[in-house]
Structures are given as C-alpha cells and as structure tokens.
Ligand binder design. Structure first.
Ligand code: HEM
Length: 506
C-alpha cells in the first residue's frame, strides 16, 4: 500500500516538475527536464561575459530557469531603463540571498535588504547626508586626504596599492565617523575592507551551493564539506563588530565632547531633536557607508591605475589638457572639473571599461509583461552592467580604451550614454553614495594625472610587464594586484605637493 502511495506521489512530483510552461517567457537556451538551465549559468570568473554572450544569442532580455528560480538577464540600456527605472515600483526588490542573509547574517546591510518601508527609512537617512549638495560639503576633506596621499606616494611610490587602500578607507572613516586614519595598516580600515570583501563574496550570484539548494543551510557546521557554514560563523563575528564598534566610538566621543563633525554625529544630534531614526536604522545606515563605500572606491581607483598602465597615449593627452588649462603651481581641485573635458572623458572611459559592479541583481515583486514577454513574479532580474558598457552599438570598439568616444568638438557629447548611469545602479536602488564616490574618484584621477606618470613595471630584461586584465568575481569586482611604475612627472610637482601639504597644515 505504502509503495503504491509513494509511486503515485513520485509520479505526481515528476509531472509537476516537467509540466509544460505555457507562459511567454523571454527567450533562452533549451531547458533540461528537472535541471532547467543549470548548465547554462555562466561560470566565474568574469561571468558577466557569459551573460553578455547569452544576450547576443537570445536578445536584450533573456531567460534561464535555475533549480526552480526564474532568472531574467537584461543586456541593454533600453531594457534596463524600461524595467528597472521606469517600472521601479515593482523591480526594486532583491533576490533571496541565502548565503549572505540567512547563513552569514548580513541581512542588516542595506544592499541585501528587501524593498519596503524598512529599506526606505534607511535610504532616506542616507540621502539626507549623501545627496548632491551634501556631497559638496566633503570636498575639502577629500582634498586634504588626497594631498596626504600624493605626499605619501612621493616617498613610497612602490607602495601605491596599499596607499590607495589607505585613501579609500581614510575618506570613509573621516566622513562617516570622524575618525582620522594615519597609517595604511590601520585596524579600522582593515576591518571595513575585510568585511566588505566578505559581503561581496557572500552576495555573489551562484558562488555558493546553498544559494541554489537553500536546504543546505540546515547542515551543521561540523559536517564534512560545510566549510561555508564555518566561514559564515567567522564572518558574522567580524561584521557585527563593523556595525557596532565605530558607532560606539562616536557615541563615546560625543559624550566626552570631542567628536569631530561627521555623518554619525549629525545623525545622533538630529535624533535628539526629533527621535525619528532608531538606533538600529542609524547603525545600519552608517554601517552601509562604512562597508559599501571603501572597497568600491578602492576598486575604481585601482582600475584607473590599471587603465593608465595600458594606455600611455590617453594618459599623455589628459596631462597635456591639465598643463594647458591650469596655471602652473596649483593642484587641480573640484571647481576645475568643468574645464577639463578630456579628463572627464578619461574618467568615464575607466568606469566603462572596468565597472566595479558588473552584475546588479534586482527582483520583481509582481508578474509583468514586457514587449510581449512574461516576466514571472519573483524573478531574479540581473542587469548586466558590464554587457551594457561593452555593447558595440552604444560604444563602438568596446574593448579599446578610447576617452574620445565621449567628446564632440572638444566638449562632452551628451548623446553618448554616460557610463556612470549604469555603473551606479538603477531605479530605487541606485547607489546612494554616488555623488561622494564621483567627487572622490575624479579628484584622485585628476591629481594623479597632474603629478605622476604611471607606466608598466619592467622585468629583469627591461621588458614591460603587461598585467592580465581578468577582473575578480563578486558583487564588487576589481583588478588583481599588479606591479607598475609611478614616478613624479618633474621636480616642480614634488614642490607643489609639499607646498600644498604645508598650506593645509598636513
Ligand atoms: C565607485 C564607487 C561606487 C560604485 C561604482 C557603486 C555602485 C553601486 C551599485 C551598482 C549599487 C547597486 C545599485 C542597484 O542595485 O541598482 C550600489 C549600492 C549601494 N551603494 Fe554604491 N557604489 C560606489 C560607492 C559607494 C559609496 C562611496 C557609498 C557610501 C558612501 C555607497 C553606498 C551604497 C549603498 C548603501 C548601496 C545599497 C543601496 C540599496 O541597496 O538600496 N556606494 N552601489
């Protein structure tokens, strides 16, 4: 009797799993019975190239079924604009992050939060302190830290990789918590960047089997092969520290009357006036800046240095523009930005070539129709930002580094898609830190170009070492460590940096 019942149940389950799908889903590779498209999911590293290849085969909106999950891939700026921007009311959720949220406990971190009132409270809190006007109030701080960076580089150009780590972390710690960072191996920076890297790994699409088979989350940490559980326990300890420790430090500094002006202090002061922000929202919002702001800017800075190693003529053209436009004896600063179109184009081309968030996952909360296709409710919708930024229709010869593509008769061409739009994300989940990051990165790029020459390192035979261009996978992607030569352009640049450091009393 039991055997018959089991057989009937098994047949029923099989029939359910193999039932024909009558919805007009977006095109995609043929699905295998039971397994769906598991074998069509692009493999790491650089899985965004595989997603772009799917777009070439099946069009700008394509579909995969991965172990019961609907996955829709958007490979064009138009599709992303039509869906994630124009219909953002239903396209702003996040997919289920089993490893990140349910195993490693990152559910307090804004990028992993589902869309809804709780997220909106956090985004409002961030917007108040990171909007375009608020971002300008941090220009002077960025300038000071950048001069300090240029000065440190005079003495240790070979240390540039670690010094960029310092610069990105010092900016975030100063702005968010009023904490001054002196050394490159400061524990605050190490903690922030370590946790950000781990969060990026935990949230990476398809990197953990538990994201595909959620039941695995119940296996105990001691079980053979459950390394992901043991890692998660370790990660949880550090990310809870990252959320609490700097916040507690500001509370303590305020009580002692010596807290520097910073976002945390402003939030706490506003809170005593009108207690609209709970301590939890404040900690989460500040933690998101701490963890979301440093490794992203860092990856973009390193992407720029990488681009300069490979593209000496673009570097020279930008330097010529700076020398021609700015008077000798001054370091470029934010107000110079509109007068340096080639530098702006070079910055945009760097963001296009090496987007630090190549794949951006959203999730749709209702079934939708788009150009005759059904987008099922609950689909993971992956914007292939890398694919959009390497689309030859928008950017001819996309693999060539060509800042000129953004210029027309010497000025920025408004008809060419500004890569910052895709690069900073979409709709109601667009990066809240984009104005801060944009100003910080531009300043880094223009001052590096103004003061230093960046060229390939040489091997023992004097041959240039051309670094491999593979970007590592993760929610935040970066070039891997590579050697290069960074040299002051001339003696007057040294004097200029030192004079500026003196003027700023650094
Ligand atoms: C080069 C620098 C940066 C880039 C390219 C970048 C890019 C992105 C992208 C693509 C997203 C996802 C958007 C989406 O889902 O559509 C995002 C989210 C986010 N970014 Fe940035 N970001 C950068 C720097 C920063 C900085 C400096 C901060 C903080 C000051 C920051 C804070 C955040 C936060 C909190 C989120 C989560 C937003 C949400 O899920 O609603 N980012 N960023």
């Amino acid at each position: 009797m039991h055997q018959i019942l089991l057989a009937v149940l098994a047949c029923g389950l099989l029939a359910f799993l193999c039932r024909p799908d009558r919805r007009r889903l977006p095109p995609g590779p043929a699905r295998k019975v039971l397994l769906g498209n598991i074998y069509n999911v692009p493999r790491q590293p650089e899985e965004w190239k595989g997603f772009a290849a799917l777009g070439k085969l099946y069009g700008p909106v394509s579909y995969l079924r991965v172990l019961g999950r609907d996955v829709v891939i958007l490979n064009s700026a138009k599709a992303v604009n039509d869906l994630l921007e124009q219909r953002s009311a239903i396209y702003s959720n996040r997919p289920r992050f089993v490893m990140a949220n349910e195993v490693a406990g990152f559910d307090w971190l804004i990028p992993f939060m589902p869309y809804g009132n709780f997220l909106r409270q956090h985004r409002r809190a961030l917007h108040q302190h990171l909007n375009e006007a608020a971002a300008k109030t941090w220009w002077n701080t960025q300038q000071d830290l950048n001069v300090r960076f240029l000065k440190k580089l005079i003495d240790a150009p070979g240390d540039w990789w670690d010094l960029t780590h310092w610069l990105a972390g010092a900016n975030i710690m100063r702005m968010t918590f009023g904490i001054e960072i002196a050394k490159k191996d400061d524990p605050w920076i190490d903690l922030g960047i370590k946790v950000a890297e781990v969060a990026s790994k935990a949230g990476s699409f398809g990197a953990f089997a538990v994201d595909i088979f959620p039941l695995l989350k119940y296996i105990p940490a001691w079980f053979p092969g459950a390394k992901f559980k043991r890692d998660a326990i370790e990660w949880r300890q550090v990310h809870v520290q990252a959320k609490n420790l700097p916040f507690q430090r500001v509370v303590k500094d305020m009580a002692a009357g010596n807290a520097m002006s910073c976002i945390a202090r402003s939030m706490l002061e506003e809170d005593t006036k009108d207690s609209s922000l709970s301590e939890e929202v404040m900690k989460n919002a500040l933690g998101a800046i701490y963890l979301g702001g440093a490794d992203t800017s860092l990856a973009a800075m390193r992407g720029f240095v990488f681009a300069m190693v490979l593209n000496p003529s673009a570097q020279k053209t930008a330097q010529d523009e700076i020398d021609r436009t700015l008077s000798d004896g001054t370091l470029p600063s934010h107000p110079d930005r509109p007068h340096l179109p080639y530098v702006e184009a070079l910055y945009r081309e760097t963001m296009r070539m090496y987007p630090i968030a190549p794949l951006t996952p959203h999730c749709v909360t209702e079934e939708d129709e788009y150009e005759g296709m059904t987008i099922p409710k609950g689909s993971t919708v992956i914007a292939n930002t890398w694919g959009i930024l390497h689309d030859e229709e928008t950017y001819p010869e996309p693999e060539t580094f060509k800042p000129e593509r953004f210029l027309k008769q010497g000025a920025l061409d408004p008809d060419v898609l500004d890569p910052r739009n895709p690069a900073f994300g979409y709709g109601r989940r667009v990066c809240p830190g984009r104005h801060i990051a944009d100003a910080e990165l531009w300043l880094f790029i223009v001052t590096m170009l103004s003061c230093y020459n960046i060229s390939p390192a040489e091997d023992g035979n004097g041959e240039p070492i051309i670094p491999p261009s593979t970007m590592c996978s993760g929610l935040v992607s970066s070039v891997s460590k590579f050697p290069c030569n960074i040299q002051l352009r001339n003696e007057s640049k040294r004097k200029l940096i030192l004079a500026e450091a003196d003027r700023l009393k650094l």
